[in-house]
Design a protein around this ligand. Structure first.
Ligand SMILES: Nc1nc2c(ncn2[C@@H]2O[C@H](COP(=O)(O)OP(=O)(O)O)[C@@H](O)[C@H]2O)c(=O)[nH]1
Ligand SMILES: [Mg+2]
Length: 448
């Protein structure tokens, strides 16, 4: 999969690999090579440009982590960017609260709809569902036969009827599913050579009639940017929920996979890598990015180094805590760190001794917002020396943050209590105890 792109990217990284650090010059050169590799892989021009400009910005803005090479660091930056472009999170298909859920399959002729419909049924079965297929590609008898054969292979019932009315088949299949207690109906529809009005119209009519909980648009990844444009046009009219990429086992260059999410603004939900029934898998952006880069190990390595880098920051913080110099500036820095990590719980975990006590408490990240607002309203001097915050300063901070003086008082009180607790920790530590809690500050990450 994407061999050519992978090897081109790899050689782009090589050009920075020998360098001691990421300088402007070699970053620019590497980014140019990456852009060329992406364009040659048939990635949409805008998408390629957005990937490379973001990579460049990050590469230049990032501090050098001593324990990894610039080439490895660069790989990680590109990896993060690819994961982002591919959609970040795995996205599941939607089911309706009242069964049967209807999944409508659309796409151009030959894209792999019928094959996918059957594979999806098999996959749903493995997930404990009780699916049924419906042959709404009513124009060609061979299409009905194809679905029936596949359905037999995977032992899933299929609804067929000798009619020219695809919507009737869809509607009746849903009724049939309800009667026979099937909880999912997968409707395989007819495709055209191009997205034309007739095809969109038919899918739109089925959509309004059976109200699918999920509409999947099947795209042949081999057809590159054509596939992406088709999906975009179809989505403009039908507004589907997700994309299925097929034929990734073939000689695909990667352009469709990398571009489609950005261009169409719909997630990829499944990928198909063969004609056999067991060649379907849910789409994971991170796994795909690792495959494209062919360098999962490097990514892990840099992630660990990053952890270690954070560990150095944490040590600095720890020494501040130990010398009782922890102030609002540090606290604010921690808050920003937490926002990056995305969880309040992680912050709590960093405060010695706190994580255990708060293990079962639900913490809402919104609780941080007023705190952040109040610290924002402090001057740098106040952040560094909270003890100077007198009555009139409190009033000013309250006004500036839109909070009440009482709330500002509350924050200051909490802060001083936290410092007291830190002092206690320090004393315990001197007696050779109490380091347990501080483990949270240093983290386990280490490179051998
Ligand atoms: N290599 C490969 N072939 C596939 C894949 N998915 C479907 N096909 C083949 O592509 C052809 C068209 O598939 P079909 O499901 O009939 O497409 P439809 O016209 O959209 O229903 C068939 O020969 C399938 O076996 C895939 O992921 N990889
Ligand atoms: Mg078909």
């Amino acid at each position: 999969m994407f061999e050519d792109l992978s090897s081109r990217l790899e050689s782009a990284f090589k050009s920075v690999a020998g360098q001691a650090r990421l300088s402007d010059i070699n970053v620019a050169q590497t980014v140019r090579e990456i852009r060329r590799a992406l364009l040659d892989a048939d990635v949409n021009y805008q998408v390629a440009r957005s990937i490379t400009s973001s990579v460049k910005e990050k590469a230049l803005g990032r501090g050098v982590i001593a324990s990894v090479t610039p080439g490895q660091q660069f790989t990680k930056i590109v990896y993060d960017e690819l994961v982002d472009v591919l959609g970040s999170e795995k996205e599941d298909i939607g089911f309706s609260p009242v069964p049967p859920s209807v999944i409508l399959i659309a796409g151009l002729q030959g894209s792999g709809k019928t094959t996918f419909s059957a594979k999806l049924a098999k996959w749903l079965k493995s997930q404990g569902k009780n699916p049924m297929l419906a042959a709404a590609d009513v124009y060609r008898p061979a299409a009905i036969e194809q679905l029936t054969t596949l359905a037999g292979e995977i032992d899933v019932p299929v609804y067929t009827r000798d009619t020219r009315d695809a919507t009737a088949v869809a509607r009746e299949a849903v009724l049939e599913a309800r009667k026979s207690a099937r909880d999912v109906v997968i409707i395989d529809t007819a495709g055209r050579m191009h997205v034309d009005e007739q095809m969109m119209d038919e899918v739109a009519r089925i959509k309004s009639l059976v109200k699918p909980s999920e509409i999947l648009f099947v795209v042949d990844a081999m057809t590159g940017q054509d596939a992406v444009n088709t999906a975009r046009d179809f989505n403009d009219i039908v507004d589907f929920d997700g994309v299925v990429l097929t034929k990734l086992d073939g000689d695909t260059r990667g352009g469709a996979a990398i571009s489609i999410r950005s261009v169409v603004n719909k997630p990829i939900k499944f990928v198909s890598t063969g004609e056999k029934m067991d060649t379907l898998s849910p789409f994971y952006p991170d796994r795909m990015a690792q495959r494209i880069l062919g360098m999962g190990d490097v990514v892990t390595l840099v992630e660990k180094a990053q952890e270690q880098y954070d560990e150095v920051q944490a040590r600095k913080l720890q020494s501040k805590i130990m010398s009782n110099a922890f102030n609002f500036e540090d606290f604010y820095g921690q808050l920003q760190q937490i926002k990056k990590m995305g969880s309040m719980r992680d912050l709590i975990g960093m405060i010695p001794g706190m994580s255990k006590q708060l293990k079962d408490v639900e913490i809402d990240d919104d609780t941080l917002k007023p705190v952040e607002a109040m610290i924002n309203s402090m001057t740098l001097e106040e952040r560094r020396n909270p003890q100077i915050i007198n009555g009139s300063r409190r009033k000013r901070i309250a006004l500036g943050s839109g909070m009440s003086v009482k709330e500002v008082n509350g924050l200051l009180k909490q802060f001083s209590q936290m410092k007291k607790m830190m002092k206690t920790m320090k004393k315990m530590n001197r007696k050779g105890r109490g380091m347990e809690g501080l483990k949270h500050l240093t983290g386990p990450g280490r490179i051998h």
